[in-house]
Every structure is written in C-alpha cells, then in structure tokens.
Design a protein around this ligand. Structure first.
Ligand code: PLP
Ligand code: COI
Length: 354
C-alpha cells in the first residue's frame, strides 16, 4: 500500500528539552489509516496533525473498544534515530487487538509507516538524556452504531509527542498508594491488553491516591486482594535481601516490555530474580525486618522509577534514603545507555531509522 503524504504548512519549534513534561507537545504530522470489512486496512496517510471527525455514535465513545501502544524514539549523540523494541510493541498491539475483537495490523507495514512519520518529524525528537519522542499508536472503533457488538470499522493512527520525564519527581523516588477498595483488572478479563477501559477503571483510585499526595496506585489482585499486580503505568520490582521479585504474569497484568528487559538483564548479570506471586503483607514484613532494600517500577513512559514510599491502609513504609537505589540505577543506566546509543546493543533491542 502506498502511503499518501500531505505536508503541514507550519514552522512550529520544539520547546526547550528542559521544559518538556509528558504528553503535552504534539508534532506537526500524524499517520492515519482506516479499516472496513470489505477493504481491510486501507487509505494509509501521513497528514498534518489535526482533529479528525468521528460520529458521536462511534462505538469507541460508548463501549470503549480502543487499544493503544506506547514506545519511544531516541536521538543518539551521533544524531541517529533509534527505536527500542518497537516490534515487541506492535506484537503486543496485535495481541490487544485480538483480545478486543479488533482486526490485526500488518506489523511490517505499520512499522515502516511509523518510521516514515518519525523521519518527517525528526526535529521534534529531543536530545537530552531523559527526553525522547513518545509514539502513541492507537486503534478506535468508528461504527456509528449504538447496539453492543464489535465494530465493523476502525481508525488506526499514530501521534508523536516530544516528552521528558513521566513523573514530576523525575528520577527521584515516587510515592505509591495500595488500593484496598478498588481493583484494576481481573483474571479472565482484559487487564493484560492495552485497552482504554483499563485506564478508565483506574481513575477513581488514582484520584484518591493523588489527593493523599501519592503519584500512582499499586494494584492488588481482584479476587483475594492480597497479591501485588502492578502500578498504574508501570510494572513493579522489589529487592528483598539480594533477590529481585516481580509479580508473575497472571492475565490481569500488562506484560511490560521494560519489565521483560529488566528480567533479561538481571538474569544476564547473574542476579537472583523471581517472577512469582507476592503478597503485600510479605513486602511490609520484609520492610519491618529491614530486608526490603529497594522498590522500583518499569515502563516506557516511566523508564525505571524508584519508589520511596508505599502506603497500604494506615501503614506507610519508606524505602531507601530518598535517593534512587543502586539496583534501580543499574537498570536505568543500562537501559538508557542502550536506548540513547551510548553502549553496544548486546541484546538486539535497537533498530536504527535510516
Ligand atoms: N503497566 C501498565 C498498566 C502500563 O500502562 C505500562 C505502560 O505501558 C506498563 C505496565 C509498562 O509497560 P511497558 O514497559 O511495555 O511500557
Ligand atoms: C507507557 O509507558 O507507554 C504507557 O502507556 C503508560 C501510559 C499510561 C502513559
């Protein structure tokens, strides 16, 4: 399929890297493509970034049939553009598509389209460590129909955003709040898919957490309400004595690509790491005994984010001394060295955009 390109007539400039927050600055162009049953995915275009028109009856607005991905492009010191594990993001997008009854994408085609878009938007890729071009591929159900079924038509689009740190804290430890009353997802549901509804379901608890001064919610399993699952926008790791623990994938947790990367590196470095069920009580007890050395989250937006405080009901524990822990920093440094091209990509995680 030929991608039609229409150039924007603008000369906007990118904000200073130091002024970038997360997800507010969008670039000049976007990629769009439609799906219908008779034509399949068709009419791929790169067009000026702008509102597009969708019926108020479009099924996405009523029943939430929507999926998305989050990945990043980085600028290296020698001015090349690099993607980190992009194929894994599109493979996950197709798993989300299957889970949400959305037609799958031709991964090679959309990866090429994304690269073409990124090349056009090169000036929007910031250059400082900790900044990048965040890529948000999205699919929404567009049928103007208000009966409940899977849509027959969809729109796929990719928008780009020049970003800095996800958390206002930057690399300083964040505080997280364990939800006792609310759950995010349940085994057998859609928790392992990157679908809009999971985030909508998380809002009530995260608003409560924010009111109490916490950055995000740490979710427990929906049935027994004792096993740790993940944080709002990242997977979670605990260093207990000399062992790294992270919840195993149960179907209700997003299988994070950064999570896989941390596990792979830890194994390679000969660290003890276990993917298993972890109760919140176990973590609080480990803390009481002085065995909980570090807690950190992993995610594309969050990178590696040290956690400095966890609240569970009336109990609050502090982890570390207010600075990022050594283990979290080891992963942060290695991952960002690979992402920004400061070290050899021994894992084959990088794809250069030529
Ligand atoms: N968990 C949730 C709910 C997320 O939204 C994300 C972000 O994508 C992650 C975990 C981390 O996943 P990844 O490392 O693939 O970005
Ligand atoms: C990401 O890390 O890419 C995510 O999708 C998290 C998001 C909710 C900002």
């Amino acid at each position: 399929m030929e991608i039609k390109v229409t150039r924007a007539q603008t000369d906007r400039t990118r904000p200073q890297d130091s002024d970038l927050g997360f997800g507010q600055v969008f670039t000049d162009h976007m990629f769009v493509m439609d799906y219908s049953e008779d034509k399949g995915w068709h009419d791929p275009q790169i067009v000026p970034y702008a509102d597009f028109s969708v019926s108020p009856a479009a099924m996405v607005f009523h029943y939430g049939q929507a999926i998305f991905e989050g990945l990043k492009a980085y600028k290296t010191v020698d001015n090349t553009i690099q993607l980190f594990r992009a194929g894994d993001n599109f493979a996950r997008m197709n798993r989300s598509a299957k889970g949400m009854c959305i037609p799958e994408l031709d991964i090679n085609f959309v990866m090429d389209a994304m690269k073409q878009l990124i090349k056009i938007e090169e000036k929007w890729i910031p250059e400082t460590l900790g900044t990048s071009l965040y890529i948000r591929p999205t699919i929404i159900a567009t049928d103007p129909f208000i009966g409940v079924r899977a849509s027959f038509t969809y729109k796929f689009y990719i928008i780009l955003s020049s970003v800095g740190a996800y958390y206002a804290e930057g690399l300083n430890p964040v505080k997280i709040w364990v939800s006792k009353d609310h759950v995010r997802a349940v085994k057998g549901g859609v928790g392992e898919f990157k679908t809009a509804g999971n985030y909508a379901a998380s809002l009530i608890a995260s608003e409560k957490a924010k009111k109490d001064g916490y950055a995000q919610v740490l979710w427990l399993d929906a049935i027994e309400r004792k096993y740790i699952e993940e944080v709002g926008a990242m997977n979670i790791f605990f260093l207990v004595d000399d062992e790294i623990l992270t919840p195993n994938l149960t179907g209700s947790i997003l299988p994070g690509i950064t999570r896989y990367s941390v596990i792979t590196l830890a194994k390679k470095w000969g660290m003890k790491i276990s993917e298993r069920k972890i109760t919140i009580d176990e973590i609080f007890k480990a803390h009481d005994k002085g065995r909980l050395k570090e807690v950190f989250g992993s995610g594309t937006a969050a990178v590696i984010s040290p956690v400095g405080e966890i609240r569970y009901g009336d109990k609050v524990i502090s982890i570390g001394d207010g600075t990022p822990g050594k283990t979290a920093m080891k992963f942060y440094n290695k991952l960002t060295d690979i992402q920004y091209g400061n070290t050899k990509d021994s894992e084959n995680w990088i794809e250069v955009i030529n």
